[in-house]
Design a protein. Structure first.
Lengths: 239, 302
């Protein structure tokens, strides 16, 4: 655990001492400017900010994998007991950065009266967002050059694009007798969609808890996939 | 201490290591030599677990990654970090903390003469100073095995001597050092054992004093040797070296002496002198050139 914290802190500092460190901040600032222009209620905040910050978490995790894939990283990799520590450190780092950006964004929106939150129900935002960001951070791993093998990350990008496009065109799929595909896409995205819908409606029953658990399981599966790719991968550093 | 058995490694269609078996005794300073692309760095990366072999295995005993210090050939650094900060992070990853970590870093900074650079950014340091920082990170946590890949490459003579002295110091402290190098003078001065790779295959290994021991050879001084005959002569035995107006038969190649003389006479080459059983001590350079076949390097000296 200490090694993961140390490595995570190093990766974060390394990122923010480079120009690439401006990207998550710029993304957060831009998102705040656009999303909060007309203010938000709690329901909108949970969905819109949750997804927006999830995208920032994905971006941050990709940037951190880039820092861990440089030639200067070899003395750090040499001191790890397991390769999984490197991936966990990347995930922890991206979650930490996203949490700080979310905190700053929420504070700014509250201070400028662009957001209204009802406590204690607003506290449900924390597990909802954490599960979603965990999924995004885990998803970034197999999409990164650090973990991918033989261009496997390109397959990942194609699959995600296809899934999101199919979800966006579900009525088109229904009209063209592709009900099975539409239903498959709904089933795959059910945990995330239900998690956000139930949380924004203020319902935290069994469906919400099941969706929360399944989102975490998705994250676990993606982490497992990343480990399967990374465990015996030849590390040829980027100089 | 470190044993490799039948290690084979490929990069795509390129065979980097071909059934390499190597035994590094504890406490040795083991030099690994070989031409560029012969598989030296690949071997070190396999030892470190950065890459994996297609076949064969490495026995590192009870050494974990943290007990092996590794300095890569072209060491890159996180340039925006200060020396002390960098070493401190690596020390914490290696299990050191608090006062013990500070003491260890202070000791290494003093040992490697880095006092005035300790708070400077790595990006602002010269190559020689960075190499000393590299040695400091290698020594953090008191590793039992030290792997150095071309540690004096690109350094000035004073810095080279400093690194050599450090290696001798590691040896005296009982550490096992594995050194990849093209610098034969450096290897001769510090190594106790040597192995030579050629195209991923082990072509020579043994204790250095034995390798440099007294040797016998036959030197045949001749007139001009036609190129096709030179090739035929060189192919007779690995110990046969054909130069301009001279054929040298070393060790086991002397068994071919009669055959060589016959070929020379049949081709009408003028034999001017024959120095038989000439006893002398070989240099590591001669051994290296002979076993790697680099004595017959293509091209001409102007």
């Amino acid at each position: 655990m200490k090694r993961i914290c140390t490595l995570s802190a190093f990766l974060i500092r390394d990122l923010f001492r480079s120009l690439a460190g401006l990207l998550p901040l710029a993304a957060g600032f831009t998102f705040y400017g656009i999303a909060f222009e007309y203010g938000m209620d709690q329901a909108q905040f949970i969905t819109v900010a949750g997804v927006g910050l999830g995208a920032i978490c994905l971006l941050t995790a990709l940037l951190l994998t880039g820092r861990a894939n440089r030639a200067s990283f070899y003395p750090f990799a040499a001191r790890l007991h397991r390769r999984s520590e490197q991936l966990v450190a990347v995930m922890a780092g991206s979650l930490a950065i996203t949490t700080v950006i979310a905190f700053l964004m929420t504070e700014a929106a509250l201070l400028r009266h662009q957001l209204t939150l009802d406590f204690p129900s607003a506290l449900w935002i924390i597990p909802t967002w954490l599960a979603l960001w965990l999924l995004m951070a885990a998803m970034a791993l197999p999409l990164s050059s650090l973990v991918s093998r033989d261009g496997s990350h390109m397959v990942g990008y194609v699959l995600i694009t296809a899934l999101l496009t199919a979800n966006d065109r579900r009525s088109f799929l229904e009209d063209h007798r592709l009900h099975w595909l539409s239903r498959a896409v709904s089933a795959i995205l059910w945990p995330m969609a239900t998690l956000l819908a139930q949380a924004s409606a203020g319902i935290h029953g069994r469906s919400y808890l099941l969706a929360l658990a399944l989102t975490v399981v998705y994250a676990g599966l993606l982490f497992g996939l990343a480990m399967a790719l990374f465990e015996h991968k030849d590390l040829l550093w980027v100089e | 201490m470190l044993r490799a058995s039948e290690l084979t490694k490929r990069y795509g269609s390129t065979l980097a290591l071909d059934r390499l078996s190597l035994d590094v005794p504890a406490g040795a300073v083991f030099g690994l030599l070989g031409p560029n692309g012969s598989g030296k760095t690949t071997f070190l990366k396999l030892v470190m677990g950065f890459i994996f072999p297609e076949a064969g295995q490495i026995d590192r005993g009870d050494l974990s990654g943290a007990r092996i210090g590794y300095l890569s050939e072209q060491a890159f650094y996180p340039t925006r970090f200060a020396v002390r900060d960098y070493l401190s992070t690596l020390g914490r990853l290696g299990g050191l903390q608090g006062r013990a970590l500070r003491r260890e870093i202070d000791r290494l900074v003093a040992q490697l003469g880095l006092e005035e650079f300790a708070d400077r950014r790595l990006g602002a340091l010269s190559r020689g100073t960075l190499q000393r920082v590299g040695l400091a990170q290698v020594l953090l946590g008191n590793p039992a095995l030290i792997l150095l890949d071309e540690p004096v490459l690109g350094l000035d003579p004073a810095a080279q001597k400093f690194i050599r002295d450090q290696i001798v110091g590691f040896h005296l402290a009982g550490k096992t050092v594995f050194l990849c190098s093209h610098n034969l003078d450096e290897v001769t001065r510090v190594c106790t054992h040597v192995a030579v790779l050629k195209r991923g295959r082990l072509v020579h290994t043994g204790p250095l004093p034995e390798m440099l021991g007294a040797r016998s050879e036959v030197i045949i001084t001749t007139g001009v040797i036609p190129a096709d005959l030179a090739s035929r002569l060189a192919a007779l035995s690995p110990g046969t070296t054909v130069g301009a107006g001279q054929v040298t038969l070393t060790d086991e190649a002397q068994a071919c002496k009669a055959q060589v003389l016959r070929l020379l006479l049949d081709a009408g080459v003028d034999i001017q002198r024959l120095d038989d059983c000439h006893e002398r001590q070989a240099s590591l350079e001669e051994i290296y050139l002979r076993v790697t076949g680099s004595a017959r390097f293509p091209g001409r000296v102007p």
